[in-house]
Design a protein around this ligand. Structure first.
Ligand SMILES: C[S@@+](CC[C@H](N)C(=O)[O-])C[C@H]1O[C@@H](n2cnc3c(N)ncnc32)[C@H](O)[C@@H]1O
Length: 163
């Protein structure tokens, strides 16, 4: 998380355009996809929140700093009770759970300003079928990775739909 902080800080400084930011109710919404039960997710969202505040402060717009809503997302099987039992008591945001797969639709349009995901969005919900088919050129010999695999294996992963 600490190593990634620099990258997040730079991305926010470069991409966050405060002038064109649609903030309903002066609330900035952040999502962590595949949050698990902590504590990494708490460090990540705190870093993001501080980087955003920093932008406002650097422009002397402290008085415009919004409130923050954090949506912690993971599969419904995630232990959200454990997550919320350890959410930092001194947090500067409103915490909510968004259960369900990030491979489906989780939010209404324009509801989220910042998506974060660490070590999560590379997980697929199922193996592309052709990888399991011994007759297929994409047969992956029961491996769960595509390192040094045939082009057809790469293609099967690349073309796989998200559902
Ligand atoms: C290795 S953990 C990473 C946890 C945390 N983001 C971190 O960096 O420490 C991967 C998490 O992604 C979640 N995950 C995997 N596929 C998912 C999906 N389709 N939708 C939501 N969460 C998913 C898992 O349940 C797990 O909690």
């Amino acid at each position: 998380m600490e190593a990634v902080k620099v990258i997040i800080d730079e991305a926010i400084a470069k991409e966050l355009d405060l002038r064109n930011l649609p903030l309903s109710s002066n609330t900035f919404s952040i999502v962590d996809l595949g949050c698990s039960i902590g504590p990494n997710t708490f460090i990540a969202v705190q870093n993001i929140l501080e980087a955003i505040k920093q932008i406002y402060q650097s422009l002397s717009l402290d008085y415009q700093i919004p409130e923050f809503s954090i949506f912690f997302n993971d599969q419904t099987s995630n232990d959200f009770n454990a997550l919320f039992a350890s959410v930092p008591p001194n947090r500067q945001y409103f915490a909510a759970a968004t259960p369900g797969s990030f491979q489906g639709r989780l939010f209404p349009e324009f509801a989220v300003h910042f998506f974060h995901s660490s070590n999560a969005i590379h997980w697929l919900s199922k193996v592309p079928e052709e990888l399991m088919d011994r007759e297929s050129l994409a047969w992956n010999k029961e491996r769960v990775h595509y390192t040094n695999a045939r082009q057809q294996v790469y293609d099967a992963y690349a073309s796989r739909s998200l559902n």
